[in-house]
Design a binder for this molecule. Structure first.
Ligand code: ZN
Ligand code: ZN
Ligand code: FE
Length: 757
């Protein structure tokens, strides 16, 4: 006989963990108790050694679906306590402030079975859920997490639901959002004018979709616009009404088989699609086409994640367009009234319900890489799950970047990255951002003592941090954009550094006041230096060059000494460059992509940022060849002029654009490998972190790590936060923490020398 104390940390409260332990203990014939603590649960068990071992072995394997076990610590205790039976003890401390909150999880198999069972009391009830599934983060107003502090407070439980809720053997034991047709929310259907229509709401919505209409449907974290995929016509109509010219639409497919009709789905991608987080997965099109949904080589596909979606698709709507209901990059709509007002003229009908969305949360968006999600947007299904950073100190708020805003808050070793927020330049998005920061602070009981933000004075997130710093008397540490990218990827992989940081994105302010973005850095959390970068480009007309890449194409030709005669507005660009006005210098990799995309005739004008690069990737053919380049100077410069000359010659010889696109990206891979190898030789460092929006290019991500490994380097990519600016806040937080530790006073930004070798 033995007695042990077990401490379990992670998401172990409000996910059916104690009943699960209760069952496991009963099976093994053990005695003891369990109680919630401030960081998880604690239990003491007594019994034969073999039974205890079996228990510990089965614990992680059989844990409830929503539980996330971060650690299990077991300690043998002296002597026996003589426990009789197993007891769920009330905790004396207030444990709820320090616990983790589960993300929203897709409807589970058990609930689906009941949903389809005519004999079940929740037959076809669109809000069916249990301890293992359903809404969490999006309905929580405050902690402690119980029904009264969620959007379910408006729906008192009926006696049947209450009985389930209190029965430890029941799947709905302590499931806060539990409800049924007698006591829970109801779904209703409104016509395009916002008038409620009688009859079966879901059947009416289905009829609208089948007749080619556009439906607004309320999901977990926001409202979507849906339409049939039967013909591209409806999608084109939706695009027109939504004024969304070229950005791809996501699709919702009934199941993996329905996704396979349009896309190639590998086993690893299927695993992601069917995971309980249900992200949108960017899948390769089965064949070219479907431009009405997506103009590039991939389509974003998700499977239904709420019972309402399941009922909406039924048996005969295998694929639907499912795009966020918002106008021109404003936040996704969440409120019924607002939706009806704002979507007038866009939606032909509304499938809504009376359970409020408390917290806006967009669908997550990712690729599959190495069997895991590689995020473009980390949001529903993942947030507010923390990133664990050993040795991290709490009380830091990092305010993120601007266009793909997010923030991070730390509480001990847990860093909580926010959901996708969007572009702060919209007033409504900025309000959402500020409101979410306060919401997270309350939810996780974090009072920031230190603020971190970007170096860029014009970012609204920087303005927010500086204002709060002043108002609350808190220190603010400004972190260089690409240093933050590097630190984010380090933290993402648990690296302490020093590392080589290959950081490629569109733009970020450098300490020298110019725009950076094609950088090879060397450093750690505290400091960095610029080891190499792109030969600078000039952005003809400043920001205009982002939307009109032909400007950059002209500059590339001109700078490389090629004939610019074929460029339409060449004379104008020449005059602008000569004047020297509004031609800022940039080393942004995104700009080089844009420029080459325009050179190849792939995209001359963009309607959204990064479009040129995305279409260039999509156009790429198969080629093992690369163009010439040089790498020299101090710091090293990647000189792309030989490449531009060779590429231009290729085009003149009639080499297809797709082949040139592949050769261009192969050149970047060769250059990156040569550059990192040089950095490694100079410093003895082997770890290379890859971060920045340009690493959302799967052509690069499928080839670059191999090229680095072939040179004896260790590449690391993002796993838990996005490589784009959404991941920046995590890096800012890490840098701020390291600097605060190094020196308690304000540390000026710059490029301090680090020890080489
Ligand atoms: Zn369930
Ligand atoms: Zn009920
Ligand atoms: Fe960036």
């Amino acid at each position: 006989m033995e007695r042990v104390r077990i401490e379990i940390r992670g998401i172990v409260q409000g996910v059916g963990f104690r009943p699960f332990i209760h069952r496991l203990v009963a099976e093994r014939g053990l005695n003891g108790y369990i109680k919630n603590t401030s960081s998880g649960v604690e239990l003491e068990l007594e019994g034969p050694e073999a039974a205890l071992e079996r228990f510990l072995e089965e614990l992680p394997r059989r844990a409830p679906a929503l539980a996330v076990i971060e650690s299990v610590e077991t300690r043998r205790l002296d002597g026996l306590a003589g426990y009789q039976g197993f007891e769920i003890r009330r905790s004396r401390t207030d444990p709820l402030r320090d616990t983790l909150i589960s993300p929203d999880i897709c409807v589970c198999e058990d609930c689906l079975r009941e949903l389809r069972d005519p004999a079940d009391r929740r037959y076809r009830y669109p809000f069916i859920n249990c301890t293992n599934c359903g809404p969490r983060f999006t309905i929580i107003k405050d902690v402690p997490y119980d029904r009264a502090k969620t959007s379910m407070e408006a729906f008192p439980m009926c006696p049947d639901c209450s009985r389930e809720y209190h029965d430890i053997e029941n799947r709905r034991y302590h499931a806060q959002p539990d409800c049924c047709p007698d006591c829970g929310p109801r779904v209703f259907y409104l016509d395009g004018q916002g008038r409620e229509q009688p009859g079966d709401a879901i059947e009416r919505a289905r009829a609208l979709l089948k007749s080619g209409g556009i439906l607004a449907v309320k999901g977990l974290g926001g409202i979507h616009l849906a339409c049939s995929c039967e013909s591209g016509e409806t999608a084109r109509l939706l695009r027109q009404r939504k004024q969304r010219d070229e950005k791809p639409f996501a699709l919702m497919c009934r199941d993996a088989a329905a996704a396979r009709e349009l896309c190639l789905v590998s086993p690893a991608e299927e695993k992601l699609l069917t995971s309980r987080q249900r992200p949108i997965v960017l899948l390769k099109k089965r064949r070219p086409g479907w431009e009405a949904f997506s103009e590039n080589g991939r389509i974003g596909v998700m499977l239904p994640y709420t019972p309402l979606h399941v009922l909406l698709m039924g048996e005969d709507l295998p694929q639907l367009v499912m795009t966020s209901a918002n106008l021109s990059d404003l936040p996704i709509l969440t409120q019924n009234k607002e939706a009806v007002e704002r979507l007038r003229g866009i939606a032909d009908g509304f499938l809504l319900h009376d359970r409020d969305i408390q917290t806006r949360c967009d669908d997550s968006l990712c690729w599959e890489l190495d069997g895991e999600a590689y995020f473009a947007r980390r949001s529903r299904g993942y947030v507010p799950y923390p990133v664990q950073v050993p040795g991290c100190r709490g009380g830091i708020l990092a305010c993120g970047a601007e266009q793909k805003a997010s923030f991070c808050l730390s509480r001990g070793e847990h860093v909580f990255p926010s959901q996708h927020i969007g572009d702060l330049k919209n007033l409504e998005t900025l309000e959402h951002y500020e409101q979410q920061i306060r919401h997270f602070e309350r939810l996780f009981d974090i009072r920031p003592e230190l603020l971190a933000c970007d170096l860029h004075p014009d970012y609204l997130s920087t303005a927010y941090a500086l204002r709060r710093g002043e108002e609350e008397g808190l220190p603010v540490i400004q972190v260089q954009h690409h240093h933050a990218h590097m630190a984010a990827c380090m933290a993402d992989n648990g690296l302490q550094g020093p590392v080589i940081g290959l950081i490629w994105d569109g733009t970020g302010l450098g300490p020298d006041g110019t725009a950076w973005g094609g950088e090879c850095l060397v450093g750690d959390y505290e400091r960095f230096e610029r080891f190499a970068s792109l030969r600078p480009l000039r952005l003809i007309g400043g920001d205009k060059a982002v939307w009109e890449p032909e400007r950059t194409a002209w500059f590339l030709l001109q700078d490389a000494g090629c004939d610019t005669g074929a460029v339409e507005n060449g004379a104008l660009y020449e005059a602008v460059l000569r004047s020297g006005l509004n031609c800022p210098v940039s080393t942004g990799m995104g700009r080089l992509f844009d420029g080459v995309s325009a050179l190849l005739g792939i995209k001359r004008r963009c309607s959204y940022e990064g479009q040129g690069a995305i279409l260039l990737e999509a156009a790429a053919g198969e080629s093992g060849e690369a163009y010439p380049f040089t790498l020299d100077g101090e710091p090293l410069r990647f000189d792309w002029r030989p490449m531009v000359r060779a590429l231009t010659a290729d085009r003149a010889r009639g080499v297809p654009a797709g082949l040139c696109a592949a050769k261009f990206m192969n050149t970047l891979i060769e250059m990156a490998a040569a550059c990192c190898l040089a950095a490694s030789r100079a410093t003895g460092i082997q770890d290379v972190v890859l971060s920045g929006g340009s690493f959302q290019n799967m052509y690069l991500m499928e080839r670059l790590p191999g090229a680095l490994r072939a040179r004896g380097l260790r590449p690391w990519h993002h796993r838990r936060v996005s490589a784009n600016d959404e991941g920046i806040s995590l890096g800012q937080l890490m840098v701020a923490q390291a600097r605060a530790k190094g020196e308690e006073t304000h540390v000026p930004c710059g490029t301090p020398e680090i020890n080489r070798g």
